[in-house]
Design a protein around this ligand. Structure first.
Ligand code: PHE
Length: 453
């Protein structure tokens, strides 16, 4: 009874766009281009693609298998499949991770809205120092960033409360093409700038001499975060897949879309930055200090063009953040809806209020509130570090062990191959990855992050 009532995505395209929407996010834009530029250009891109294929794909397919087979929220899926053994903790951990990521992700998403607004009203012009002051004043303001984050969670709520097909799938089908169009418009504008070719060759010139163990592990970690692996998003979305969904093929398509967006983000940033002689960095300062300055200098000859490019850029960031946030919100909403046996609307309201409160604290922690800091580190950065560097790898690692070593091989085989009808030739390869390659790689990323290797 419960099973037949469960929502499903309506089309293959909906599945791909919604899941790719989760994957394509701020991580593609604020980290990937910088890592590529720093770590040998095309050589890094090649390594990254290998990581996506050999680590990201098996992990993603493992989450697909759990979600689709159990057809329930992440916590219940692990609980069902683990038969009440301690493995079920992994599911709860996934829900918790998703919830905590929302806290700081919402804050940055809110910043994108402020910068969209600032682009429209023409506030974003001045010397390089101006952009630094503008951002620092804004991010530490007790009110403005909080209001923008709350506006963002309200928009996310609006989509998630409408359900899987009418909300998430419909929104993804509109937002993802819009994101692509904006991306292409900015890439073309950036690549047409005088001196842009230096940026293009910096990005694509393969320099294998820069590639070492660090670069490899950096690429591994980035592929993991960028594909939204290691917490409940992929598993929750997979619980809305149909029995006939070709999961290995979908995973590859999502990986390809995510990687294309990441490379295009590089083509958007480097040519513009090189054309005005600015060195791009990464993280919030890239998005909110360096790039507004770059766009103003590069396109400011005709101010209207500068405004339009800057507006397009922050609209693009907001869309990328929104599709990721929808998936994060959905993890907790699906959890509460099923565990509290309540309506989706009510579950979504609880999640929205809780996320709003958490984002408020995260945002305020960047201001003068010492009580929201731990040893001088703001709550915002603690959430970021704790989820990205600890919970995601731990969740991914345990998921691989769960699927590779605990679940009955027959169940995994049936899900991977749609009961023996698809891709059975590569099943052995998948099992080998998920049992040995992925867990070992994740341990290495983990140790590397803490400077142990
Ligand atoms: N994949 C998203 C990005 O690239 C981040 C994210 C991680 C979103 C985990 C949801 C879950 O920004």
């Amino acid at each position: 009874m419960m099973k037949s009532e469960r929502a499903k995505f309506g089309s293959k395209l909906g599945i791909i766009l919604a899941t790719a929407g989760s994957a394509v996010g701020l991580g593609n834009i604020w980290r990937f281009p910088y890592m590529t530029g720093e770590n040998g250009g095309a050589a890094f891109i090649l390594i990254y693609i290998i990581c996506v294929l050999f680590l990201g794909m098996p992990c993603m397919i493992s989450e697909f298998i759990i979600g689709r087979n159990a057809a329930a929220n992440t916590a219940r899926s692990y609980r069902k499949l683990s038969g009440g053994t301690p493995w079920m903790v992994v599911g709860y951990l996934g829900v918790l991770t998703g919830f905590l990521i929302t806290g700081y992700y919402l804050v940055v998403s809110g910043w994108c809205l402020e910068y969209m607004y600032a682009s429209i009203v023409g506030h974003l012009h001045g010397d390089p120092g101006f952009f630094k002051t503008y951002f620092e004043t804004f991010e530490t303001d007790p009110l403005k960033p909080v209001l923008w984050a709350l506006a963002f969670v309200a928009v996310t709520h609006f989509v998630v409360a409408r359900g899987v097909r009418g909300g998430i799938e419909k929104a993804s089908k509109m937002l993802m093409p819009a994101l692509f169009i904006l991306l292409l418009v900015i890439v073309v504008s950036s690549c047409l700038l005088p001196g842009a070719s230096a940026g293009i060759s910096f990005l694509f010139n393969p320099d294998f001499s820069r590639v070492d163990g660090d670069v490899f592990l950096g690429a591994l970690g980035q592929s993991f975060y960028s594909l939204s692996i290691g917490m409940g998003c992929i598993c929750t979305y997979a619980s809305y897949f149909g029995r006939d969904t070709d999961m290995p093929k979908s995973a590859v398509q999502i990986g390809v879309i995510d990687s294309i967006v990441a490379v295009l983000a590089g083509l958007m940033i480097f040519p513009a930055a090189f054309s005005v002689g600015v060195n791009p960095d990464s993280g919030p300062s890239l998005l909110f200090i360096t790039l507004p300055n770059v766009f103003q200098q590069a396109f400011g000859g005709i101010p209207a063009v500068g405004y339009v490019v800057s507006l397009a850029f922050y609209a693009l960031l907001s869309l990328a953040a929104l599709t990721s946030l929808i998936s994060l919100h959905e993890v907790s909403t699906a959890f509460l809806e099923e565990e509290l046996k309540t309506t989706r609307r009510r579950a979504a309201i609880i999640v929205t209020v809780a996320c709003g409160i958490m984002a408020t604290f995260c945002s305020l922690s960047l201001g003068k509130y010492d009580c929201l800091q731990l040893f001088g580190t703001p709550l915002f950065s603690i959430f970021d570090f704790f989820t990205g560097q600890i919970l995601l790898p731990v969740g991914g690692f345990l998921t691989c062990l769960f699927v590779g070593w605990y679940l009955p091989r027959k169940l995994v085989y049936d899900e991977f191959t749609n009961r023996g009808t698809l891709h059975s030739a590569v099943f052995g390869f998948y099992m080998f990855s998920v049992r040995y390659v992925c867990p070992v790689c994740i341990i290495l990323i983990f140790l590397h992050q803490f400077g142990i290797i």
